[in-house]
Design a protein around this ligand. Structure first.
Ligand code: NAD
Length: 289
């Protein structure tokens, strides 16, 4: 309505998140031009073929040249190398953000490469699916979702506000958090649940050797619902666990303790304990939409 918020947005990485950002920005007229780069030629070809961005370029340097917003949308483990590659080509006054699922390690990896006069504002959209790649994005992915920003103490408030305006215009709600707190919260709400879903599929795979394809054929609601996220991208999730090590190990330790208590209650036939536990967790779960 009031014209584009950014003149030239550079997306580095052209997967689910970058693709969805491009579609949302173009649908809303939020960027005058969206330029994209991905490392693999196959991804770039696909992005060109489906018109995911206004222009696909063949180097990260070319993508960021003259951009007033640069978005790093690559796996967490690749952020530092990409930042080093683009740093000499960033325009003065540009905003540099990322969408990585872990925040402190990205700050540590990217921060040292950010040139004077460029505003680095780390972020994380709490929106995703189990799909990945340039064909997986859609314009409404961020609608009614949270988008957490973890600005640094010296982040320019005006730049933070400008990025927040873009995020809101894509339909998301902005909140701010300290990076270490973000990483602990996300370990509980996302990272450890993914790990447990992966292990549940692993257990089913053991059983499959005994029962042939029954786990797949009779996959009941519990298994199906619970393990949907285990189809997620292995590179992305490997990087999440390597880079949010302390928080995931902390939460995983607590999870193991809870599991042992329930295991003991089952062994002892302690129905009272199980009922009380499930009543408490149901109340908590019902409080989450
Ligand atoms: P994706 O696998 O769909 O896309 C990743 C893209 O990065 C691909 O285009 C790939 O070609 C490109 N890439 C990989 N390494 C690169 C490199 N070194 N240089 C340039 N491009 C490179 O992944 P995604 O789901 O869009 O995730 C991107 C980021 O967003 C990750 O950091 C992830 O943690 C985060 N994130 C993901 C979700 C989710 O649910 N998928 C949600 C929120 C945040």
């Amino acid at each position: 309505s009031e014209g584009p918020i950014f003149q030239r947005v550079a997306l580095i990485g052209l997967g689910l998140i970058a693709g969805s950002m491009s579609l949302a920005m173009r649908e809303g007229g939020l960027a005058a031009r969206v330029v994209g780069y991905a490392r693999s030629a196959e991804t770039r070809d696909t992005a060109r073929e489906i018109g995911l961005v206004d222009e696909v370029v063949d180097s990260a340097a070319e993508a960021v040249a003259g951009a007033d917003l640069v978005v790093l949308a690559v796996p967490v483990g690749a952020m530092g190398a990409v930042a080093a590659e683009i740093a000499p080509h960033l325009a003065p006054g540009a905003i540099l953000t990322d969408v990585g699922s872990v925040k402190q390690s990205v700050i540590d990896a990217v921060g040292p490469h950010v040139p004077e006069g460029v505003h680095f504002i780390p972020g994380h959209p709490l929106a995703g699916t189990e799909h990945s790649g340039p064909r997986s994005g859609f314009a409404t992915l961020f609608r009614n979702r949270w988008w957490l920003l973890t600005p640094l103490p010296d982040s320019d408030p005006e730049a933070v506000e400008k990025l927040s305006a873009l995020v809101r215009a894509m339909g998301a709600n902005v909140d701010r958090m300290e990076a270490p707190h973000h990483d602990l919260v996300l370990a509980v709400t996302s990272h450890v649940p993914h790990l447990i879903a992966y292990t549940m599929v692993g257990v089913a795979d053991h059983l499959r050797r005994v029962t042939e394809s029954e786990v797949v054929r009779y996959s009941a609601a519990g298994f199906r619902d619970f393990t949907r996220i285990a189809a997620s991208d292995p590179t992305m999730w490997r990087d999440v666990f390597l880079h949010n090590k302390d928080a995931t190990l902390d939460i995983l330790g607590r999870f193991a303790e809870e599991l042992f208590v329930l295991q003991r209650a089952i062994r002892m036939g302690d129905g009272e304990h199980l009922h009380k536990y499930f009543t408490g967790t149901r109340a908590i779960r019902r409080g989450i939409i």
